[in-house]
Design a protein around this ligand. Structure first.
Ligand SMILES: O=C(O)CCC(=O)C(=O)O
Length: 255
């Protein structure tokens, strides 16, 4: 499913760009649903998780449209996540983030959930679904290749450019899978249009979900899910219930 070269990028750099992973129809459906949700949710958008100055966010997306149930089980993405986390993992959260036009600040460099690799290895892996082109000026994500192997977190005030950082550019429809221990962060959007992305975030079986899916999903959505989708959401997993009922909700940098 992944080539040697793709696996090596993930292992050594900590990220892998999957160009054109979304079909034009999927891209259009995701944009449409996400724009509608921003409109419907207004000032409360993102409040199930966290809100962020300079960007609009949506949280708990699996509960908000059938199209999202499909994306969380995309085979190429799951193969890359498995290469990072090993065979036992689950969705941690599905969010959208749209960097505002003329936003002023970069996000600080961070590792997602403030996680550090432990004796079992890596525990967090994210995928960034580009719903707009990521250009040098509109808030593309910066990444510090190889930093997932350093096993430490950046200073929480690391807003300055890191000497080794790369701006990850791509076209709408591309997906980047990243080892989320790798230091990264969104950058300021210096254009007049928003830069939209969706984040499908996965975690190892022994960690809490960032958003406890069993509690957040409506009965109607839960009733229609395919077995594979239930599994990736850890809906029938007593260990996840124990871990996530109290322990979820952590961001890499937002309070
Ligand atoms: O949307 C992006 O460019 C990255 C965002 C990110 O790293 C985060 O919100 O934790």
């Amino acid at each position: 499913m992944l080539t040697e070269c793709e696996l090596r990028s993930l292992e050594e750099d900590g990220y892998l760009l999957l160009p054109g992973l979304m079909s034009p129809d999927l891209l259009a459906a995701l944009r449409r649903r996400i724009d509608d949700l921003f409109e419907e949710e207004g000032a409360s958008a993102g409040s199930e998780f966290k809100q962020e100055p300079g960007a609009r966010r949506l949280a708990n997306l699996v509960d908000k449209g059938r199209v999202f149930e499909e994306v969380i089980v995309t085979p190429r993405v799951l193969a890359a996540v498995e290469a990072v986390l090993g065979p036992r993992f689950k969705l941690s959260s599905l969010n959208a983030r749209s960097t505002n036009p003329h936003s002023e600040a970069d996000q600080p460099l961070h590792a997602d959930s403030g996680a550090i690799a432990d004796e079992l290895g890596y525990s967090v892996c994210n995928s960034i679904w580009m719903l707009d082109d990521f250009t040098p000026h509109n808030g593309a994500t910066r990444m510090v290749p190889g930093s997932h192997r350093w096993r430490r977190l950046p200073d929480p005030e690391f807003y300055a450019p890191h000497p080794a950082q790369q701006l990850v550019l791509g076209r709408a429809g591309d997906v980047v899978v990243m080892n989320a221990h790798m230091w990264h962060g969104g950058t300021a959007n210096r254009t007049s249009a928003p830069r939209r992305a969706m984040h499908a975030y996965y975690t190892r079986f022994d960690q809490p979900q960032q958003q406890y899916q069993k509690r957040l999903l409506s009965a109607e959505v839960r009733a229609r899910l395919a077995p594979e989708t239930r599994q990736i959401l850890a809906l029938d997993d007593p260990l996840n219930d124990e871990l996530s009922a109290t322990g979820s909700g952590k961001s890499g940098f937002m309070k």
